[in-house]
Ligand binder design. Structure first.
Ligand SMILES: *[C@@H]1O[C@H](CO)[C@@H](O)[C@H](O)[C@H]1NC(C)=O
Ligand SMILES: *[C@@H]1O[C@H](CO)[C@@H](O)[C@H](O)[C@H]1NC(C)=O
Ligand SMILES: *[C@@H]1O[C@H](CO)[C@@H](O)[C@H](O)[C@H]1NC(C)=O
Ligand SMILES: *[C@@H]1O[C@H](CO)[C@@H](O)[C@H](O)[C@H]1NC(C)=O
Ligand SMILES: *[C@@H]1O[C@H](CO)[C@@H](O)[C@H](O)[C@H]1NC(C)=O
Ligand SMILES: [Zn+2]
Length: 297
């Protein structure tokens, strides 16, 4: 079986594609983010991750990074934690204004969830058995949500539910703008540029991280203020800016998106996958570092 056979034939993939609504990067995107992160984990972090992973992961974080999408209907409370909506056309994000679910409950959004699960994982040092949290779930949620918050339309407008209600054509296929950013851009790239092998696309992104972006590591660092473990508010602000500049632009309801849109947006998607992978690794390295640290999230 090819390394990636797992999800190309998994029935869960077909199922997820049929479900309208907000899921975050599709299976491929989440796999890519976690695969990239795995390559940058420190020894301490790798050991902790291996200890926390469920057996079904086969020792690979990437294999289970879509788990929060799969249990979203079962764990209904977790639905709102995959995204944050911002006011229409403002193109900015503000935690106290925007982080709530559709019923207005404060702190029910992706950025709060990232703080929540980072804080939970920091109790790993106290020994797993004593932690009052399920750290396996915390690891999978954190890895998934750091991916989601980098998908520009996960920080989209409230009025169109992050592009979910904007019906467009992706080449000849009818879909919605949110789905284009979760899945279609990545799927089209894999199909047309990487011989249907997601692994090749991931390798190309990894090469870019080590070469092309080497001189611009600032865009890959976890936080502007690097003392902190994770800073989801910065990632969310970047996302809504990219949503306005690239995702929503020239993608009005009823439009057909083809080569012009695909080729100009693909580099944005690749960069966001790279950033989430590197940042997830840095966050996990910080959380699981054996050196004493200030436990601030
Ligand atoms: C964020 O929103 C809150 C509540 O609406 C407001 O009081 C605050 O000034 C805003 N912060 C910024 C930086 O705009
Ligand atoms: C924090 O994690 C707990 C345990 O999974 C969950 O019940 C709660 O809803 C989470 N809250 C947020 C904002 O993520
Ligand atoms: C933690 O969560 C996982 C996934 O939901 C579950 O399989 C496992 O039994 C839980 N562990 C404990 C100790 O509750
Ligand atoms: C690599 O980086 C270049 C320059 O930023 C970009 O144009 C290209 O799309 C990137 N490719 C991948 C696979 O990330
Ligand atoms: C972190 O901050 C320190 C001091 O502000 C700086 O010297 C260092 O280069 C920063 N590291 C990174 C990776 O940005
Ligand atoms: Zn998601």
């Amino acid at each position: 079986m090819g390394l990636f056979g797992l999800w190309w034939n998994g029935s869960a993939v077909g199922f997820l594609l049929l479900v309208p609504g907000i899921l975050g990067w599709g299976k491929e995107g989440h796999y890519a983010v976690c695969k990239i992160a795995e390559g940058f984990l420190s020894e301490d972090a790798l050991a902790a991750v291996k200890e926390l992973l469920p057996e079904s992961a086969g020792g690979e974080l990437a294999a289970v990074c879509s788990w929060p999408d799969e249990i979203r209907f079962h764990y209904h409370w977790s639905s709102a934690l995959h995204y944050v909506d911002t006011p229409d056309f403002l193109c900015n994000y503000n935690y106290s204004r925007d982080c709530h679910d559709s019923a207005g409950h404060k702190g029910r959004c992706v950025t709060a969830a990232i703080y929540n699960y980072t804080m939970q994982l920091l109790t790993y040092q106290d020994s797993i058995s004593k932690s009052k949290y399920n750290l396996t779930e915390a690891l999978l949620f954190l890895s998934h949500f750091i991916g989601d918050v980098h998908q520009p339309l996960h920080v989209g407008f409230t009025g169109d539910l992050g592009g979910n209600t904007i019906i467009v054509r992706w080449y000849r296929r009818k879909t919605n703008l949110h789905h284009v950013w979760d899945n279609m851009i990545i799927e089209s790239a894999v199909k047309t540029m990487y011989s249907e092998d997601l692994g090749l696309m991931i390798e190309a992104i990894q090469r870019n991280i080590t070469d092309a972006w080497f001189n611009d590591m600032s865009s890959l660092q976890i936080c502007t203020n690097n003392r902190t473990t994770v800073c989801p508010n910065e990632y969310a602000s970047e996302s809504i800016r990219l949503a306005c500049k690239f995702a929503y632009r020239n993608a009005t309801p009823g439009s057909t998106l083809n080569d012009d849109y695909f080729l100009s947006r693909l580099p944005v998607v690749e960069k966001r996958l790279a950033q989430s992978g590197v940042r997830l690794a840095a966050t996990l390295n910080h959380i699981f570092s054996s050196e004493p640290k200030i436990a601030e999230a």
